[in-house]
Design a protein around this ligand. Structure first.
Ligand code: ADP
Length: 187
């Protein structure tokens, strides 16, 4: 079989859901579950995204995502978690995705997502970006606010899974521990 023939024979629809997932929230989970029904294989791309100064490193974020999707995989959904640090479109090509899936909350995400989708389409018009509207009860959830609330010891259990809540607590207790042992600065 030639390369082109094998490509034609392989009709597997692969979708890529990229994000920082710092950390994964119930909003992300909702998009994952819905997106997984639209494609044969869903690749969750965990971006290194050091520009955003993530709280958790890529490995820890990917591990949390893996933990959350374990039950979906058990139910037969084909989902993979892959960290990435290159251009999104290159990563999409690397995994064979023909569609990039993003979530859209209210109006706040629109402008950024609109520009990103437009530029990506210009660079490669064989890869489409598609958007899933956030479900109303998850509309307002963002990783950023989950972190801010957890940092101040607020209850984030209705925004993230028990495992994520545990990881946040662990992370912030380490931070406050470090602050406590820091030697006093005198001038
Ligand atoms: P990024 O840094 O790429 O925006 P995020 O982890 O913040 O990474 O978000 C990944 C994707 O998930 C984005 O498309 C974002 O709009 C979407 N998303 C984040 N939170 C929610 C939510 N509560 N409901 C629906 N989509 C969401």
């Amino acid at each position: 079989m030639t390369k082109t023939q094998s490509k034609k024979a392989d009709k597997t629809r692969i979708g890529l859901y990229p994000g920082t997932f710092d950390p994964i929230t119930l909003g992300h989970m909702d998009i994952i579950q819905r997106a997984a029904k639209l494609v044969d294989v869903l690749v969750i791309g965990v971006a290194k995204n050091s520009g955003k100064g993530p709280l958790f490193d890529t490995k820890a974020r990917a591990k949390m995502v893996e933990h959350e999707i374990a039950h979906l995989k058990k139910h037969g959904l084909k989902i993979e978690v892959r960290p990435f640090d290159n251009l999104l479109l290159h990563f999409a090509q690397e995994v064979g995705a023909k569609v990039i899936i993003r979530g859209l909350r209210a109006v706040s995400d629109f402008e950024y997502e609109f520009q990103m989708a437009g530029m990506n389409y210009r660079m490669n018009n064989e890869i489409e970006t598609t958007f899933l509207m956030a479900t109303d009860r998850y509309q307002f959830i963002s990783s950023r606010f989950v972190k801010e609330i957890a940092r101040l010891d607020g209850d984030v259990s209705s925004f993230a899974s028990p495992n994520v809540v545990k990881q946040l607590k662990r992370r912030f207790s380490q931070e406050s521990g470090r602050r406590l042992v820091k030697p006093e600065v005198r001038d």
